[in-house]
Design a protein around this ligand. Structure first.
Ligand code: TRP
Length: 371
């Protein structure tokens, strides 16, 4: 396996999460899992790291106000690798958090695709519709585009002013240290992103309050930079950001699920037939070369992608999952059987999800009010 590399632009090699956390200065999440309402994301350690989460745990416990803020890059298809973040957003919303979701269209314009119309379409068709179908509610949810923060000029001015003022409080050297190669587009995007994370605490948005930013490990450089800048700006007394870090979803062929490789992911808009075919053809197996060998020696669930997907997405019942694990490991269950079990669950999920996604169209306007 290649050397581990985790940056906002590249994730490669086998990921050693504990090593990554030591390098980045991220703390384990485990001690908070029991304090939260039961959820597979925390119980199974899919949300694995955190910074300053105590503040959020206290808010949840004492029913105090807090914000959940995160952003999405409007490119590619919405696939299972994106789902755990959305499940977290919905989880915090159900606990009463005010939810802020930034569509990073300015960042995407500067880094990837200079077609604002297309970015908007992707944000709605691929992201928002799937978010709604997964359970996101319009109440307590501020879904906005970086290019159009709000129709209320006071709110909008406050957000862009913050991004502007932040520039003074970051140095070229530290940006370079965080990003490696620097471009004006990267600089702009990181300042705007820091404004995404801190602006819920501006007076125009109700003043200082705890904010939790759930992200993947690759996005931590953005958080580190935002935390530093946020502490330096004296015009405001921001409460430091809290953040959590989820593990990367494993791709069909092993390794990370990647938007640039359609055989590594299943999109939530793939037809059930496409999904079944992808699993049969590509899902990496921890099984043996022949059925006879597997019956005798058993398979390795730990490296088997179908099993990993059941663990992360499709079998929330710990007892049932354990049974599958043990049967597969002992040789009582063959790889074909495991794949068919997964396929049954994936296709049922997709049928239901896609029905909800069409229903969700009626709700889109409620999220796009920009106020
Ligand atoms: N940079 C993030 C990405 O590439 C998107 C983003 C923009 C974001 N603003 C944010 C993430 C604020 C978290 C918080 O996906």
């Amino acid at each position: 396996m290649a050397e581990m590399k985790v940056t906002p632009w590249e994730v490669a090699g086998e990921i050693d999460y504990d090593k990554l956390m030591r390098e980045f200065g991220i703390d384990p999440f485990a001690k908070f899992s029991k304090a939260l309402p039961d959820n597979v994301l925390f119980r199974r350690g899919i949300v694995y790291g955190q910074r300053d989460f105590q503040r959020i745990a206290d808010c949840i416990k004492n029913k105090k106000e807090f914000v959940m803020m995160t952003g999405l890059m409007p490119s590619g298809k919405f696939h299972f690798g994106h789902k755990s973040l959305v499940d977290q957003i919905i989880f915090y919303q159900s606990l009463g958090a005010n939810v802020y979701i930034a569509v990073a269209d300015i960042e995407a314009y500067n880094m990837r695709n200079p077609n604002m119309e297309e970015l908007k379409k992707t944000a709605i068709e691929e992201y928002l519709l799937n978010y709604i179908a997964l359970g996101l509610k319009p109440q307590n949810c501020d879904f906005y585009f970086q290019s159009a923060r709000s129709n209320d000029a006071k709110l909008s001015n406050a957000y862009y002013k913050l991004a502007g003022l932040f520039a003074r409080h970051a140095t070229f050297n530290e940006m370079q240290a965080v990003y490696g190669e620097l471009t004006p587009g990267r600089m702009t995007s990181s300042l705007l992103q820091a404004a995404d994370m801190f602006h819920p605490q501006l007076p125009e948005f109700g003043g200082p309050k705890p904010v939790v930013v759930p992200i993947g490990f690759d996005q931590d450089p953005h958080i580190r930079l935002a935390r530093d800048i946020g502490q330096r700006i004296k015009e405001y007394s921001f409460i430091q950001l809290s953040s959590t870090y989820h593990k990367f979803a494993v791709g069909l062929k092993g390794g990370k699920m990647s938007s640039s490789d359609p055989t590594s992911y299943i999109a939530l808009t793939d037809t059930p037939e496409e999904a079944a075919a992808k699993i049969r053809k590509h899902a990496f197996s921890g099984g043996r070369a022949t059925a006879a060998e597997q019956k005798k020696l058993g398979a390795n669930p730990e490296i088997d992608v179908s099993y990993q997907w059941l663990w992360e997405f499709f079998e929330p019942d710990d007892k049932k999952l354990r049974q599958i694990h043990d049967d597969y490991k002992s040789g009582a269950m063959l790889t074909g059987e495991l794949k068919e079990l997964l396929i049954g669950k994936v296709t049922a999920f997709l049928r239901e999800h896609q029905r909800k996604r069409e229903q969700a169209r009626k709700q889109v306007d409620k999220f796009l009010k920009a106020d």
